[in-house]
Each structure stands twice: as structure tokens, then as C-alpha cells.
Design a protein around this ligand. Structure first.
Ligand SMILES: Nc1ncnc2c1ncn2[C@@H]1O[C@H](COP(=O)(O)OP(=O)(O)OP(=O)(O)O)[C@@H](O)[C@H]1O
Ligand SMILES: [Mg+2]
Length: 350
């Protein structure tokens, strides 16, 4: 009766918006028990935004999972001889020279063998070999980790884990039961594409496992700048005009068209690369992030990549405690909460 439920706040420290979603385990099933979203104003910083997010969110827990993204992080797929986890942790250190643009002593590293991905899929090797496996290697610069740890500590919060944005996307997808159980269905490629303010993250899943990850430095901020230039207005005005789908929609559309064109050409390059090297078909693009809220983005991506594309909500199938948060607001921002939910999904292992 007095069993304490476990809660974790997924804290997505986006470059323009801090998103915090709390998941609690009440019994086996995770329930959303808190939500907060704070836009970082010009000149503002993460410190203030986190403070505001926790003030508004009225979360049960102070335990947070955050994530890193951008140039401090490297994710690679490494073909290795089959070995145990403990052997792998040792052996991978001798491979890093080849795969990481950083020195070993300036990074924190983690690696994991991915069972469902044979090197045939990752490397396009012709011969399937029993002795080989594919290892996912992730490394992040220590100073970036320390910066985040300090930020969390300064806010009186406790760090439960630090994840990578790209992986949080996949965890959110898995959390809402979107990975099909059916064996045939499982073996299809899908691309999770999150268009943020400064970057777009792509994570291609095959049979539920990530087989390709990449970031592109294009996002909603570039669309805002394009609108500002086209209409000769200040960025904050351009931001408001972009978000209001009203009389200026045609101008907004034509201003952001070149940005979308660049974005789609990078997405297509990535997906073509995966399809060519791994010999899989990426049938569907699942869009998230604030950038996809601009008019016509999903349909443009669908038409320009010649693949099915839709915006998805990470709330599908999840229970929400309506007594603790504004459900309408949560649902309105759902596509932008994918990373935060993916981070909070760690409550299941907490
Ligand atoms: N209604 C809307 N229409 C168009 N764009 C929108 C809308 N609402 C938000 N955006 C854009 O979404 C972006 C913010 O999205 P998001 O919260 O996913 O970014 P972020 O996580 O802070 O950025 P990043 O992941 O690049 O660090 C901003 O560029 C903003 O202009
Ligand atoms: Mg983001």
C-alpha cells in the first residue's frame, strides 16, 4: 500500500526549448505524471530554463536523465570478432583510433553488441560470418558530460543517466510499443527524423535496432532566419509569423522552401546510403521535433524523398495522469517531446 512509485524526469536540454516529461512506474506500466516546456528567450540559458521547468512541472522526482548531441558526440558501428561483453569493453579501446576523432582520455565511451545486426547489414559484407558481430560504439567528450553534470547539480537535481539524443529517439519509439512483434514486419527499415531548432537527428531502425545515426546542422532556426530575411523583420517577429498559420502562409512557405530542400537532400543522401550499404529498404519516415510543425513539412518530405512520411506522437499508447498536468498542452506539443520521453523511458530500468 505504501510502495513508493518510481519516477524519472526525461530532461531534453534542446538548444531553443527545454522539455521535461516525468514517467512513473505504477505497477509495470509507465504513466506520464508531469510535463513542462520552457522556451529559452534570446540571451537566456539552460540554467534558468531548467529552474522554470521544475517550478512549473511540479514533478514528483528530482531524478533526471539528460542527453548529449552535436559535435561532442560520436556514434559508430564497428565490426568485431564475437566475444563476451567484458572482453569487448577491453578490446574496443584498441579500435578507437580508427573510429573516433577524439583522444581516448578526453572521452567517455560505451559500447554494446547489437545482436540483430550482422556485419552484413552494417558493412554490406557479402559473407555472413558466425565469428563476427556488430558493435555500437558511442563516445562523448568528458567536458560536455561535466558541463551537464554541473548544470543538473546546480539545480539541486540528481543525474540518473546521460544518454545520446539519437538513442533517445529509438527508446521513445520502443516505449510506445511501436516496434512490431511480428517477425516479417520486424525486418523493415524505418527512419526516425527529429527536426529541432539547430539540428536534425536521423536514426534508422532495422528490426527495432538502430543501424544508422547521423545529425544534420539544419533545423527550425534556419527556417526562422529565412522568414526574417524574406520579410525583412527581426527574428522574434519572424518566429511568430512562422508559427501563425495565417494570411502570410504563402510567404512563409516560399521562404522556408530552400531550407527544406537542403534538409531533404541531406536526409535522402543518408537514407540512400543506408539502403545501398545495408541492402535494406527504408519504407517510412517518422517525423518529430518542433521543426516539423512548420506548414507543409511532412508532405514536402514525403514527396521529395518518395517515401511515406508522417509526424508521430510518442504519447500513443501511454497512460497520462490528467490530475497532474495539462493534457491538452501535452498533446499539442507531443511531436516535440520524443527525446524527453525516450530519456524518461529509463524509469523501467531504474
Ligand atoms: N508551430 C510551429 N510552427 C513552426 N515551427 C515551430 C512551431 N513551434 C515550434 N517551432 C520551431 O521548433 C523549433 C524548436 O523545436 P524543438 O523544441 O524540437 O528544438 P530543440 O530541441 O530546442 O532544438 P535542437 O534539438 O536543435 O537542439 C524552433 O526552431 C521553433 O521555431
Ligand atoms: Mg531537440
Amino acid at each position: 500500500m505504501f510502495r513508493k512509485s518510481k519516477s524519472i524526469v526525461g530532461l531534453d536540454l534542446g538548444s531553443s526549448v527545454v522539455k521535461a516529461v516525468e514517467l512513473s512506474l505504477e505497477g509495470p506500466e509507465p504513466v506520464i505524471t508531469g510535463f513542462s516546456r520552457v522556451e529559452i528567450p534570446p540571451g537566456g540559458d539552460h540554467q534558468e530554463a531548467i529552474e522554470a521547468a521544475f517550478r512549473n512541472g511540479r514533478f514528483r522526482s528530482k531524478r533526471v536523465v539528460t542527453s548529449v548531441a552535436g559535435q561532442s558526440v560520436v556514434v559508430r558501428y564497428v565490426p568485431m570478432m564475437r566475444m563476451s561483453d567484458s572482453e569487448l569493453k577491453q578490446a574496443i579501446r584498441f579500435e578507437t583510433d580508427k573510429y573516433l576523432p577524439f583522444e581516448l582520455d578526453e572521452v567517455v565511451m560505451d559500447c554494446q553488441a547489437i545482436e540483430s545486426l550482422s556485419p552484413t547489414v552494417i558493412e554490406g559484407e557479402n559473407e555472413e560470418s558466425e565469428d563476427k558481430m556488430t558493435v555500437l560504439l558511442a563516445a562523448c567528450k568528458i567536458n560536455e558530460i561535466e558541463k551537464q553534470a554541473q548544470l543538473i547539480q546546480d539545480n539541486g537535481l540528481q543525474h540518473s543517466a546521460i544518454d545520446v539524443d539519437l538513442f533517445a529517439l529509438a527508446n521513445a519509439w520502443e516505449l510506445c510499443g511501436a516496434i512490431p512483434g511480428d517477425a516479417d514486419e520486424e525486418k523493415r527499415g524505418i527512419a526516425l527524423v527529429d527536426v529541432g531548432a539547430v539540428r536534425t537527428s536521423i536514426n534508422v531502425l532495422y528490426g527495432g535496432d538502430t543501424c544508422f545515426g547521423r545529425e544534420i546542422n539544419i533545423g527550425g532556426g534556419d527556417m526562422t532566419q529565412a522568414v526574417a530575411r524574406r520579410l525583412s523583420v527581426e527574428p522574434f517577429e519572424a518566429e511568430a509569423i512562422k508559427r501563425a498559420s495565417d494570411s502570410q502562409e504563402a510567404e512563409v512557405n516560399s521562404a522556408i522552401a530552400p531550407v527544406l530542400e537542403d534538409l531533404v537532400s541531406e536526409i535522402s543522401l543518408s537514407l540512400d546510403y543506408v539502403e545501398h550499404h545495408a541492402g535494406i529498404a527504408v519504407e517510412e519516415i517518422l517525423l518529430s521535433g518542433g521543426g516539423v510543425l512548420a506548414p507543409g513539412v511532412a508532405s514536402y518530405i514525403e514527396q521529395a524523398t518518395a517515401r511515406r512520411a508522417r509526424t508521430w506522437s510518442p504519447l500513443e499508447g501511454l497512460r497520462i495522469d490528467a490530475s497532474r498536468l495539462d493534457v491538452e498542452e501535452l498533446e499539442a506539443w507531443a511531436p516535440t517531446l520524443v527525446v524527453a520521453l525516450g530519456l524518461a523511458s529509463r524509469v523501467r530500468a531504474a
